[in-house]
Write a protein that binds this ligand. Structure first.
Ligand code: URA
Length: 248
């Protein structure tokens, strides 16, 4: 997927050069250059990468934020660097020149929804426990947890890093010697779901994150991604700041 490009006059107007009509006149008068060539009205540019000059002076732009939702396949690390050289989630999103970083972590063997962004504020609001954004997982566990064990998960269990906060837990189905649980958390301790399930004696065999607040994996297959819309980003930020108890 290409980086969205915009019409030059719109980009110039947003950068505060002048009103859009006036920008069009400046372009028509040959006073604007893009990447060393005289610009034309309506040409499309990527303001993050194009060298744009007006009357010989470089026009700079506030950094444009890019956020996307990736369906992480198993077998990828969600860090920007991996000393072991394993495949990285950033390898799946070709946006050269844009430094995207993962919002929070999913283990190497976990699949599912992860956001990538270059918007530090968004990442902070979605990952800091004080904003309490819900993250939902489907965990295929060994054995059939008794209702009391599920209650324990809901109330919180004592891990070496402290007691886990109240969670939402549902038994989705049981088959053979396995059960599929849906677990929603407002915090994100390292390997939290795996440790919680281990604690109640039902180790995780497969783990997938299915939701983050109101975002889901709908329409995506492992390895695929889509850009978040401006509205979605605003809604996520508002939600984090509102501390809303339900977010889906
Ligand atoms: N909890 C885990 O145990 N692993 C993940 O990847 C995410 C949440």
């Amino acid at each position: 997927m290409k980086i969205p490009r915009e019409r030059l006059q719109k980009v110039l107007a947003r950068a505060g050069v002048a009103a859009r009509r006036t920008c069009e006149e400046l372009i028509r008068a040959g006073r604007v250059q893009v990447d060393g060539k005289v610009a034309t009205v309506g040409m499309k540019v990527d303001p993050a990468r194009a060298a744009i000059y007006g009357d010989g002076k470089r026009i700079t732009f506030p950094k444009r934020h890019l956020s996307l939702l990736l369906y992480k396949p198993k077998g990828y690390v969600s860090t920007v660097n991996d000393p072991q050289g394993r495949p990285k989630v950033t390898d799946l999103v070709p946006f050269p020149g844009v430094r995207l970083f993962p919002v929070g972590r999913l283990d190497f063997h976990t699949s599912g929804l992860i956001l990538l962004t270059n918007d530090g504020e968004l990442a902070h609001l979605l990952t800091h426990p004080k904003y309490g954004i819900w993250k939902t997982y489907q965990a295929l566990v060994k054995g059939r947890p008794a209702p009391a064990a599920l209650e324990q998960l809901k109330r919180g269990v004592l891990l070496p890093e402290g007691k886990t906060a109240p969670a939402r837990v549902r038994l989705l189905k049981q088959f053979g010697n396995q059960a599929l649980l849906e677990i929603s958390l407002r915090e994100g301790k390292k390997r939290q779901v795996r440790k919680m399930c281990e604690f109640i004696g039902h180790p995780v065999m497969e783990l997938k994150r299915t939701k983050l607040a109101f975002l889901a994996l709908k329409g995506l297959r492992p390895g695929q991604y889509r850009l978040l819309t401006t509205e979605e980003v605003l809604r996520l930020k508002k939600l984090a700041l509102s501390g809303a108890p339900r977010q889906d």
